[in-house]
Ligand binder design. Structure first.
Ligand code: SF4
Length: 281
């Protein structure tokens, strides 16, 4: 596993700089420290094709079969460096703490049939490195597979740990999802997936907001979003609003630009009727 010194900042999310196949460290703004990511989509395949996706070479499809032994060895090696070694001092550009292990890769992590086995491996390492009171487990998901048996079992295994599901909702209407996520997603399916997240784990909704062809998200979009989330708002841990932090790697005929922090804050204010904690990144 190659090592480079002082490579990690919030701007560098290159999953290949340390040459592991599945495990990669990043400094995360939202985790507020070092996040050890598990990339289960090493072939860059996702079942969604979001126009803002930062995965280069993204394709539509499923992950390759996971080499569980390799994944376990890599996780072991990384945790040894972070927990018992000097990685945090040597490779972060400023002082950071180890905050989470996150299922978050170049595609939808729960698409892999091995999801439950991978959770078992992670839990074994959390025990080995005595991390249960120190870090969170996070699943970053578009929610499509949260009703699959192996995913529900996997999430069930985490129930005694500090954990969160970060559930992507960029659009609540099928016509919006077709444009932004480039998938067919009915409002009913979105609701079923969100209920599955809430029933298994503390859930944070994360929403990417963009300026599209120079237009900010409309008031109609905001009002539909509020109407959709209202019944679930009290059960959510938070809503995270964010915009493009790095350029999209996807081809699209639309002009997409980042909203600035004032614009995100203005939208958050309009959504405050949900009475859920809303944070902008
Ligand atoms: S769900 Fe995530 S990985 Fe998949 S296309 Fe969208 S942004 Fe990219």
């Amino acid at each position: 596993m190659g090592m480079k010194k002082e490579m990690l900042t919030i701007f560098n999310h290159d999953r290949n700089i340390f040459k592991s196949k599945y495990i990669y460290p990043v400094i995360s703004r939202r985790s507020m420290g070092l996040s050890l990511g598990i990339n289960l989509n090493t072939n860059n395949a996702c079942n969604w094709q979001c126009i803002y996706c930062q995965v280069s070479g993204l394709t539509l499809g499923k992950p390759e079969t996971i080499d569980l032994n390799l994944l376990e060895n890599e996780l072991d090696t990384w945790l040894e460096k972070i927990v018992n070694g000097s990685f945090l001092n040597d490779c972060a550009s400023h002082k950071v703490g180890f905050k989470d292990i996150a299922f978050s890769g170049n595609g939808e992590p729960t698409a892999t049939p091995e999801f439950e086995s991978i959770v078992q491996i992670v839990l074994k390492k959390i025990v080995k490195f005595k991390l249960s009171k120190i870090i969170k487990l996070r699943l970053i998901t578009n929610g499509s597979y949260l009703n699959k048996k192996n995913v529900r079992h996997g999430l069930g295994l985490m129930k005694d740990l500090d954990r969160e599901v970060w559930f992507k909702i960029d659009q609540v209407k099928p016509e919006g999802a077709l444009i932004i996520n480039r998938i067919n997603l009915s409002t009913k399916s979105l609701e079923t997936n969100l209920k599955a997240a809430i029933s298994t784990s503390p859930t944070i909704v994360q929403t990417c907001l963009l300026r599209i062809n120079k237009e900010r998200p409309s008031n109609i979009f905001i009002s539909n979003y509020i109407k959709f989330l209202k019944p679930y708002a009290s059960q959510l841990k938070a809503i995270h609003l964010y915009s493009l932090a790095r350029p999209s790697q996807q081809k699209t005929d639309l002009q997409i630009d980042a909203l600035n922090s004032d614009e995100l804050k203005m939208i958050a204010d309009k959504m405050s009727t949900l009475k859920t904690k809303i944070e902008c990144y």
